[in-house]
Design a protein around this ligand. Structure first.
Ligand SMILES: C[S@@+](CC[C@H](N)C(=O)[O-])C[C@H]1O[C@@H](n2cnc3c(N)ncnc32)[C@H](O)[C@@H]1O
Length: 325
């Protein structure tokens, strides 16, 4: 497979991601009135996939809410979604009135993904209304922007390009609180590239929270099958050998001088941080008989919260989930 085919296969993972999300929303796990504009309704997914996707989305939203709440007094909060694909997070935050004037939100992905996302937004009246501002074409990169929301094309393997997009195109201020969301993206990059991205972020931003979500556990039979299935689609999990476990993920972020790092499997996250009432509610949506299989799936995904600050460490601790360590 040549590089072009590989990149196309990696970009296609965005379609899968949005299809799983639209199915999960359609089953009532969570509300997202925007996902249907960004995703094709695919074949129905199993309750296992729906439930797993819901837990993953909860972990992302939880991190975003905690970040926005912690810095609510701040005049400029910055969020960047790496490998955002067609994810609708910005629209969700707007809908819930969680963003303030001065906040910035940046979606980055390959040029071709960002161009398509911009086109979808431009041609959809509901999305345009939800934006509450007109999109203008970027002049110094592929993409478009409003005063608050920037969609910019960049290949994250070119860290200098990513730096330029973040600081010059999106105008991110290195001193302002910044949240970086990595939801199933770093794993598709060779470690030398994802390491370069993490190194740039941790050495440049003064007040930083990074959320990472990706697969772990390639050695056991389930992990071997998972790796094989994904590889067969032409988008191998390139980071999995270097960072195969929760512990390796934790050490990965410590290596880049994040001050506080918490890492756990999604199973641990689900057990500790998803409330009993939410578990009961989702059990009623779809019965889930294969509890052991569900737990096995969750064990093969890992979340990491890593924070870096030149300020008060006690205060940055509030960005991590309680009990996490
Ligand atoms: C599995 S999808 C996840 C999309 C989104 N984060 C979500 O969870 O809904 C992975 C995304 O990462 C993007 N991606 C992977 N490698 C990238 C790179 N080197 N530069 C930019 N984007 C990349 C892909 O194009 C794709 O949109």
């Amino acid at each position: 497979m040549d590089l072009f085919e590989h990149d196309a296969a990696v970009q296609a993972t965005n379609d899968d991601a949005q299809t799983t999300k639209i199915n999960t929303v359609a089953r009532g796990y969570y509300e997202d009135p925007f996902v249907r504009y960004f995703a094709r309704t695919g074949s129905r997914k199993s309750p296992l996939i729906n439930r797993g996707t819901w837990v993953r989305v909860q972990a992302v939203y939880d991190s975003v809410y905690r970040f926005l709440e912690t810095y609510r007094e701040n005049s400029c909060r910055q969020i960047v979604s790496l490998g955002s694909g067609f994810d609708s997070l910005y629209f969700q935050l707007q809908r819930k009135g969680l963003l303030q004037e001065g906040d910035r939100f940046l979606d980055v992905d390959y040029d071709s993904v960002i161009s398509k996302k911009v086109e979808i937004i431009r041609t959809n009246p509901e999305l345009r209304t939800a934006l509450r501002a007109d999109l203008t074409q970027l002049t110094n990169a592929c993409g478009a922007k409003t005063d608050q929301y920037i969609l910019a094309g960049v290949d994250l393997r070119l860290v200098e390009d990513f730096k330029r997009v973040t600081e010059e195109v999106a105008g991110f201020n290195l001193k302002k609180p910044t949240l970086v969301i990595c939801e199933l993206v770093l794993i598709y990059m060779e470690p030398k590239y994802s390491d370069a991205v993490l190194s740039y972020l941790s050495s440049s931003f003064a007040e930083l929270l990074l959320f990472n979500f990706e697969q772990v556990g390639p050695e056991d039979p389930f992990g071997k099958q998972m790796t094989k299935n994904i590889e067969a689609r032409g988008s191998p999990l390139m980071g999995l050998v270097a960072y195969p476990s929760v512990r390796a993920q934790k050490e990965r972020f410590q290596k880049f001088n994040f001050n506080a790092v918490a890492a756990m499997s999604m199973l641990e996250y689900y057990s500790k941080f998803v409330s009993a009432s939410e578990k009961i509610r989702t059990n009623r949506l779809e019965p889930l008989d294969e509890i052991e299989e569900f737990e096995l799936i969750l064990e093969h995904y890992c979340t990491v919260w890593a924070s870096r600050t030149t300020g008060d460490l006690a205060h940055i601790e509030r960005l991590l989930p309680p009990e996490a360590g």
